[in-house]
Design a protein. Structure first.
Length: 129
C-alpha cells in the first residue's frame, strides 16, 4: 500500500482516527501544517495517530507533540526552549544520533532561534559526545 502524501510504499505505518494509513513522518509533518486528513479532511492532531511504537517512533511522537503545542499557541523563546528540551531529552536523543538530516535541521532551528531572539542558545545545540 502506498502513502498518499509521499506516493511511496508506507514506512512505519500509522492509522488516523478516520482509519486512513500513512507513513508516520509524512502524516505528522502534514498535521503540523494542516490539522486534517489528506483524504477525507477530518480534523487530526498528533495525539490522534495510532500505530506500533518502536523506540524511535515513540521519540518521534513526543517531539511532534511538542512541536504541535508550540505551533498552536503564542510563539515565544520560552516555548521554543521547551521544544528544544524535548528533543534533547535522553529518551528522544535517538533521532539526533541516528538521523543526520534531523540533526542538521534541529541545529539549524537552534541557530535560527538565536538570530530571531538575539540570545545565546549554545547549550541547546546537539553535539556528539
Amino acid at each position: 500500500m502506498d502513502c498518499v502524501i509521499c506516493m511511496q510504499k508506507i514506512k512505519d505505518k500509522v492509522t488516523t482516527a478516520c482509519n486512513h494509513e500513512y507513513c508516520r513522518e509524512c502524516i505528522l509533518q502534514w498535521i503540523l501544517k494542516k490539522h486534517n486528513c489528506p483524504v477525507c479532511r477530518s480534523f487530526l492532531t498528533v495525539k490522534s495517530i495510532t500505530g506500533r511504537l518502536t523506540r524511535q517512533g515513540a521519540s518521534t511522537m513526543r517531539i511532534y507533540t511538542a512541536l504541535e503545542d508550540f505551533i498552536d499557541g503564542p510563539r515565544s523563546l520560552e516555548r521554543m526552549k521547551k521544544v528544544f528540551d524535548t528533543v534533547l531529552n535522553k529518551k528522544n536523543r535517538i533521532l539526533l544520533t541516528n538521523n543526520k538530516d534531523f540533526r542538521e535541521a534541529y541545529n539549524a532551528k537552534v541557530s535560527q532561534a538565536e538570530n530571531i531572539y538575539e540570545v545565546d542558545l549554545s547549550n541547546y545545540y546537539f553535539k556528539r559526545d
